[in-house]
Design a protein around this ligand. Structure first.
Ligand code: BDR
Ligand code: CA
Length: 309
């Protein structure tokens, strides 16, 4: 028996998603993986999840979910993650296919069979919203929905005000934020504190294993994007922060906030509006918002997960 938090990772791998899978495999009790269209198409994110499952030797189901957002057409981030989603990483084709193509049913049924699971969405929130629509009481069966997405203070990365995971499906995000679930938001305001670059590449290079080699490639690809497109020597390691906020909450500070998602604004569609008025607010908080993270300790846990995989 172990008492690590039991989580379902809902992901769109995705370079930083791959690090989240590694972190989840090491620090959580990973129950299952669901995939969603996001950084790249659903076919690619599912294929990547399956290849990562093989790389890590995981015995967890992978269920494919939504092919696109609730409204409109998919938005991808292949300019960040590469056309395949993993920066051209040379991994063998998966040894088996997805366990189902119905992630929504898996989320509903698994949370019915076992209460107290943590859902950790690190891609667009389409699967989680569809599961909540199919069974709104899911909101009260989970220990948390700890999502990577959004930001405080109107900080975006796709647009001036919108973060990718929310921007890619704002209607789904708003359903999740208003679902009365025990929500935790790990936004850009937090993940930008967790910067990786040359030292982490050197660390991965020294890990003499297939996982070390794969993570080296991914970090080098990521560093090239940050250098060439953003003139930065480091990049934010977003998605593992959501996993570690569940497994190591002592490394984060959280404050209760009322958060809603702008779905109609001409310039602000996909922005998370975080009420920071304190006692002056007339809104009831619906979310624990992460504000500070102990970046060095968070990066150490990611490195340890890579070395021990
Ligand atoms: C989020 O968007 C995606 O590109 C990353 O995988 C992460 O989940 C950061 O905005
Ligand atoms: Ca992601």
């Amino acid at each position: 028996m172990n008492n690590r938090p039991r989580i379902i990772l809902d992901c769109d791998p995705g370079v930083d998603d791959a690090f989240a899978v590694v972190a989840a495999a090491r620090w959580a009790d990973l129950v299952g993986i669901t995939t969603v269209a996001g950084n790249v198409s659903l076919a690619c994110t599912t294929n990547n999840a399956l290849r990562l499952r093989d790389l890590l030797g995981l015995e967890v189901p992978v269920h494919a979910g939504a092919e696109g957002p609730l409204k409109g057409t998919p938005v991808f981030a292949d300019h960040v993650h590469g056309v395949d989603g993993l920066g051209g990483l040379d991994l063998p084709e998966p040894t088996s296919g997805p366990d189902s193509e119905n992630a929504i049913e898996y989320l509903v049924e698994t949370t019915r069979a076992e209460e107290g699971l943590h859902l950790v969405p690190i891609g667009p929130l389409t699967n989680i919203a569809l599961a909540l629509k199919a069974d709104p009481s899911l909101a009260h069966r989970v220990a948390s929905i700890t999502l990577m997405g959004g930001s405080t203070q109107g900080l975006g990365n796709v647009t001036a005000g919108a973060e990718f995971n929310i921007y890619a499906d704002p209607e789904a995000a708003e359903i999740v934020f208003q679902s009365d679930s025990p929500l935790t938001m790990i936004g850009l305001n937090l993940t930008h504190q967790v910067q990786v670059g040359a030292p982490e590449i050197s660390f991965c290079q020294a890990v003499d294993s297939p996982v070390g080699a794969a993570m080296t490639h991914l970090l080098e690809f990521y560093a090239d994007f940050y250098r060439n497109h953003l003139q930065a020597e480091t990049g934010a390691m977003h998605d593992p922060c959501a996993v570690l906020a569940v497994t190591h909450p002592e490394l984060f500070t959280f404050s209760p906030r009322a958060v809603s998602v702008e779905t109609t604004g001409t310039h602000t569609r996909g922005m998370t509006v975080v009420d920071e008025r304190g006692n002056g607010s007339d809104q009831t908080p619906n979310c624990a918002v992460a504000y500070q993270g102990e970046a060095a300790a968070i990066i150490d846990l990611i490195k340890q997960a890579i070395a021990e995989s």
